[in-house]
Design a protein around this ligand. Structure first.
Ligand SMILES: Nc1ncnc2c1ncn2[C@@H]1O[C@H](COP(=O)(O)OP(=O)(O)O)[C@@H](O)[C@H]1O
Ligand SMILES: [Mg+2]
Length: 456
C-alpha cells in the first residue's frame, strides 16, 4: 500500500517545483491587441464557464478588445456557447479530441493564452501533459486539478501545508475498511477517492453500513476506483456547524509580483450532497473567518499560478476543517455576482489573463444585509435524461419578485434540455435577517421552478 501514498507525495513535491519554474516565466500582460488576441479557452461551458467568458466581453471588450474566447462542451446549446467567439462540441473525456481542439485555436503555446478547466469530467491527465510538457497555460497550474480531484492527494497536500482535516485513513479492501472502523469507531463517512456530488459515498452509523460501504464506493467511483477514504463523520456539522467555501485569488500586483488576495468566506447549506443555497457574508466568528482565509491561502500559495482557488471547509464554532479544494470558481461562489464588487468569474478571468488587480474589487458590495442564492432545479420526477425545455415565463418570475416587494433577482441559465433535478438557474434575495433572506430566495426559486416549461 506504500506506493499509493508515495505516488501522491511525489506529485505534491513536483507541484511545488513546477510552481517555482512556472511563476518565474509568468508575466503581467501589458497590451491586448486584436491583431494578435489573447486566446481564452473554457473547457466546460456551463454556468461557471459563462460567468468567466462573459467577463471577457463585458470587462475587456471581447475580440475587438484583444481577447478571443472559445467555449467547449459536450452538447449543443450549452450556456456559454453563445457568449464565446467560437465554440466546439467535443467529448471532453476524449484526450485526443480535446487536444486537437485546443491546438486548433492555440497552435503555438508561446502565443498569449490561458486554458480554464471548468469541470472535473474532462481528460485531466491530458491537460496536465499539455501544461507540463508543451507549455500550455493550464489555469492556475496543471498540477492543481490532478491533486484536487483525488481525495487522497488532497488530504496529503492539506497535511503538507499544515491545515487541519478531520481524522481519516484510506483503504483498498472491505477488510481494511472494517479494520479502520473498529479502530476509529462510528459514525464514519466512506468516499471513493474520485467522485463528486456524493456518488458512492456512505455515512456509516451501523456495522451493517460499514460492510456495504466498500462495494458501494467501488461501484460508483471514477478513475482509480478501488481506493476509498474513511473519515470521521462530524455529526455536529449539520446541527451546530456550517459549511464554507473559502475563495482566494492569485493575481499580479502593480509591481509585477504574484500575490494571494482573500475573499470573504461564502457560507452554504446542503440538504443532500450537491449545491443548494449559499450566501454572503458568512455568519461565522471572526476567529473562524481568519482561519478559513489563512488555510485557503496556504493551499493556493503551495500550488501557485494565477486565478481562483476554492477551499471547502467545515466550521464548528471556531474550529475549521479543510475538506476539498478546486483551482477554479465554485458553484457556491456564484453568489459573488450579487454580493462582491466583482464576481468570481470576472476575477478568475482578469487574474489569469495577467492583469494587476486591486483588493477593493474583492470586497463585499452588500452592506448591513445578507445576499442569498438558491438553486432553481428541474423537477425530480422528470421523465428522461434529455427532456427538451420549451422556455420559461420570465415575465411572471420578475413580476412575482416585484409584487412581493422583495429585493431579489433571477439568473436563468438557458439550458436546452433537462434531467431530474438539473440546475436550471439561480434565485437571489437580500434581507438584513439571514433566515428571512434564505426564505425569500427559496420562495423565488420555487416559483421560478414552476415557470420553466418542459416538453412532456
Ligand atoms: N467528515 C464529514 N463529516 C460531516 N459531513 C461531511 C463529511 N464529509 C462530507 N460531509 C458532507 O457531505 C458533503 C459532500 O462531501 P464532499 O467531501 O465535499 O464530497 P463531494 O465531492 O461529493 O462534494 C459535504 O459538503 C458535507 O455536507
Ligand atoms: Mg464537496
Amino acid at each position: 500500500m506504500g506506493d499509493i501514498i508515495e505516488e501522491r507525495e511525489k506529485i505534491i513535491e513536483e507541484a511545488a517545483q513546477f510552481k517555482k519554474e512556472y511563476e518565474s516565466i509568468l508575466e503581467p500582460i501589458d497590451e491586448l491587441n486584436p491583431k494578435r488576441p489573447f486566446v481564452y479557452i473554457s473547457i466546460g461551458g456551463g454556468e461557471l464557464g459563462d460567468l468567466v467568458l462573459t467577463a471577457a466581453k463585458r470587462e475587456l471588450g471581447g475580440i475587438n478588445g484583444g481577447i478571443m474566447t472559445v467555449a467547449i462542451d459536450r452538447y449543443e446549446g450549452f450556456p456559454a456557447q453563445d457568449v464565446a467567439d467560437y465554440y466546439e462540441i467535443v467529448d471532453m473525456l476524449n484526450g485526443d479530441a480535446l487536444e486537437k481542439c485546443i491546438k486548433k485555436y492555440i497552435p503555438d503555446p508561446k502565443e498569449p493564452h490561458a486554458i480554464y478547466l471548468e469541470i472535473e469530467r474532462i481528460d485531466t491527465l491530458r491537460m496536465f501533459k499539455l501544461g507540463k510538457t508543451e507549455g500550455y497555460r493550464i489555469v492556475s497550474t496543471p498540477y492543481a486539478p490532478l491533486i484536487g480531484m483525488d481525495r487522497l492527494g488532497t488530504k496529503l497536500l492539506f497535511e503538507k501545508v499544515g491545515v487541519p482535516v478531520v481524522e481519516w485513513q484510506y483503504a483498498d479492501s472491505e477488510e481494511e475498511v472494517k479494520r479502520i472502523a473498529k479502530d476509529m469507531g462510528l459514525p464514519l463517512i466512506i468516499k471513493p477517492i474520485m467522485t463528486s456530488s456524493g456518488h458512492g459515498t456512505t455515512i456509516a452509523r451501523t456495522w451493517e453500513d460499514v460492510e456495504k460501504a466498500y462495494e458501494y464506493a467501488v461501484k460508483h467511483a471514477r478513475g482509480r476506483g478501488d481506493i476509498v477514504v474513511v473519515e470521521r463523520y462530524l455529526e455536529e456539522l449539520k446541527e451546530k456547524g456550517t459549511e464554507i467555501t473559502q475563495l482566494v485569488l492569485r493575481h499580479f500586483d502593480e509591481n509585477g509580483n504574484i500575490v494571494t488576495s482573500l475573499l470573504p468566506p461564502v457560507e452554504h447549506k446542503r440538504p443532500g450532497a450537491t449545491y443548494h443555497e449559499s450566501w454572503l457574508p458568512a455568519t461565522i466568528s471572526e476567529e473562524a473567518v481568519r482561519k478559513c482565509q489563512e488555510y485557503a491561502k496556504r493551499v493556493a500559495e503551495y500550488l501557485g499560478g494565477l486565478g481562483i482557488y476554492a477551499v471547502e471547509q467545515f466550521v464548528i464554532g471556531d474550529e475549521v476543517y479543510n475538506s476539498e479544494f478546486a483551482n477554479r470558481p465554485h458553484d457556491t461562489g456564484m453568489v459573488t455576482r450579487w454580493a462582491l464588487e466583482k464576481d468570481e468569474g470576472a476575477l478568475h478571468l482578469l487574474a489569469s489573463v495577467g492583469l494587476p488587480l486591486s483588493n477593493e474589487l474583492m470586497r463585499l458590495k452588500v452592506k448591513e444585509e445578507y445576499c442569498v442564492a438558491h438553486v432553481v432545479l428541474a423537477p425530480q420526477d422528470l421523465h428522461g435524461e434529455e427532456v427538451p425545455v420549451r422556455g420559461w415565463n420570465a415575465g411572471k418570475v420578475y413580476a412575482y419578485i416585484r409584487k412581493k416587494g422583495y429585493k431579489g433577482d433571477i439568473w436563468y441559465f438557458g439550458k436546452p434540455t433537462a434531467y431530474p433535478s438539473r440546475r436550471m438557474g439561480l434565485a437571489v434575495a437580500y434581507h438584513e435577517d439571514i433566515e428571512e433572506a434564505r426564505r425569500r430566495a427559496e420562495e423565488i426559486a420555487h416559483f421560478a421552478e414552476k415557470n420553466i416549461i418542459y416538453e412532456v
